[in-house]
Design a protein around this ligand. Sequence first.
Ligand code: NAD
Ligand code: GLY
Length: 362
Amino acid sequence: MIALTLPTAGRQSEIRIARGLLHSEAAPLVAATVPGRRALIVSDTNVEPIHLAPLASGLQQAGFTTLSLALEPGEQNKTAASLERIYRACHLAGLTRRDTIIALGGGVIGDLAGFAAATWQRGIYLVQVPTTLMAQVDSSVGGKTAIDMPYAKNTVGAFYQPHAILVDPDTLDTLPPARLSDGLAEVVKYAAIRDPGLLDLLEGRSLADLDYATLVERSIRTKADYVLADEFDQGLRMQLNFGHTLGHAIEQLTGYEAYFHGEAVSIGMMLALRLGAILGITPPGLIDRLGSLLTALGLPTTPPPLPAERLLGAVRGDKKLLGDSLNLILIRELGEAIIHPLSLNELAMLYAKLPPTPGAPA
Ligand code: NAD
Ligand code: GLY
């Protein structure tokens, strides 16, 4: 088992990564981490039938009273209405400040259940048990929790570090290949901004050939470094937003239904690379290399046919906007990201220099 500790301002998050963890050490680890013996396990209707039983029975054997809640899956359910369902279940389960919410699922469940844990009785124990590659390599680590609003993604939320993050790469065996691709978008992000050696583990391999346990461990180590350096996203951590500003805008404008998060991030990274090349910052050869890799991993690389002003209008609603300016993350060379401040007007002028996307209105 790989054991890491992430000591942040508010608490120490314990991270454990091991194949088969859900069937063995997960419940004893929860029991050793939290004081109370009541737990609400939040998952979705895809995950619950496959992965709830071993965790719930392990917890019961460890002396817990458990209640489970399976939400409807998907980004379109990362809403205040789902949050309210979690609060109601917290009430039914009688959760006090000594008790625990366990997020069993992908990033949608992790963000929702994490926000519920941050706010129920002003903060209770939180354990993340991520079951998608996206959640294992990224969303379960670092304490960002949120819900979406129709007008902006992740715009209501809190920084709330989990008390434990229990990662079982075997849960990826039940993921559809397209959902593996989503998580790989974030792995390509880590390669682009910080860890170029990750490309050796990705290029020239099929999805079935990848060593997911290694990709997960290496990605978590990279993310943990960023969170340690800048827990509250005031500086260096912004580099993790590479591809996300435009990616989030695409998700929001397409009603959170047309693209999974990783797909939108893939498109957003390609746009940021192309904008970087126009500014003379990103080497054109890197655009070709990362574009070929993302395509080979089954990810989209061109935006949907949205008018530029709508895309930029959605960026205006992004929570990372500071007044009228934003920090665009650009890549100077593979493994080296820079934070490039610019105004919304400058972004609009830069965006207008991109060659048009086929099918996009002028
Ligand atoms: P998701 O949670 O919607 O999961 C994708 C799909 O896989 C869902 O249909 C789900 O039911 C299913 N699923 C989950 N685990 C499964 C398993 N083991 N077997 C079979 N099916 C399974 O999507 P995601 O890509 O995991 O997460 C995306 C979300 O994460 C977005 O809302 C994004 O904003 C958020 N996110 C947050 C952070 C953060 O730092 N908090 C970072 C990255 C992404
Ligand atoms: N996913 C971006 C961050 O955690 O900062």
